[in-house]
Write a protein that binds this ligand. Structure first.
Ligand SMILES: Nc1ncnc2c1ncn2[C@@H]1O[C@H](/C=C/CNC(=O)c2cc([N+](=O)[O-])cc(O)c2O)[C@@H](O)[C@H]1O
Ligand SMILES: [Mg+2]
Length: 214
């Protein structure tokens, strides 16, 4: 096919959503991916859990690993208080280009910094490049075998503080076994599983919320 799936998702947003209205951008993507073409957005079911954890944490600084088309980026940023910032990391330039347009369409570009590159390289640069002392909230949704090493990297770089909340997508499907083992066995985390279903499907999936204890 001439266009890519992310480009088709962007088209669906431009066609069906209202500029500057994040809710309509989220609904347009969910409708397209549920009825036309599945895509790996966290989706509307798990999205409600993401919303509730975000409202509870009300982060000043948030990090997202794995932007893809920007669906969860918009979902997170729309709930941030004025002055709060979301940094989202994506190493695929084509996905980043689509995400930038979807973020702009939602009118949330002032709250979001999209950084292109691999998380393993960018996490150690967060302090110097973005003046981040520590993150209040981290959403993990990139390659599943990177969750555990990147969490350890965040710890080693002093980017987590007592109370930081990590929320991980796909801990059942596709599954993140090493990550689950790590956060559930480490005395430095208080972990809880939120059962749900894989985006736009009936298959079980869920989110793992892990609070860093310092
Ligand atoms: N180290 C890194 N640094 C920066 N960006 C990186 C990265 N590793 C991956 N990415 C980016 O994050 C996204 C990958 C998501 C993998 N999700 C998935 O594979 C996935 C699969 C299913 N599924 O198969 O049902 C369902 C889901 O919700 C999923 O998130 C892509 O946009 C990729 O370019
Ligand atoms: Mg996911």
């Amino acid at each position: 096919t001439r266009t890519s799936r992310p480009q088709r998702i962007l088209k669906a947003v431009q066609k069906n959503a209202t500029k500057g209205d994040p809710e309509s951008v989220i609904s347009a993507i969910d409708h397209y991916c549920r009825h036309k073409e599945w895509a790996m957005n966290v989706g509307d079911d798990k999205g409600l859990i993401l919303d509730s954890v975000l409202t509870e944490v009300n982060p000043s600084t948030a990090l997202e690993l794995g932007t893809y088309c920007g669906y969860s980026t918009v979902r997170i940023a729309r709930l941030l208080s004025p002055g709060s910032k979301l940094i989202t990391v994506e190493f695929n330039p084509a996905f980043a280009a689509v995400a930038r347009q979807i973020i702009a369409y939602a009118g949330l570009q002032d709250k979001i910094t999209l950084v292109e590159g691999p998380s393993g390289d960018l996490i150690p640069k967060m302090k110097e490049r973005f003046g981040i002392k520590s993150f209040d909230f981290v959403f993990l949704d990139h390659w599943k075998d990177r969750y555990e090493p990147d969490t350890k990297l965040l710890e080693d770089c002093g980017l987590l503080k007592k109370g930081t909340v990590l929320l991980a997508d796909n801990v059942i499907c596709p599954g993140t076994p090493e990550y689950l083992k790590y956060v559930r066995n480490s005395p430095r985390y208080e972990s809880r599983y939120y059962k749900s279903n894989l985006e736009y499907s009936k298959v079980e999936d869920g989110l793992e919320k892990s609070v860093f204890l310092g």
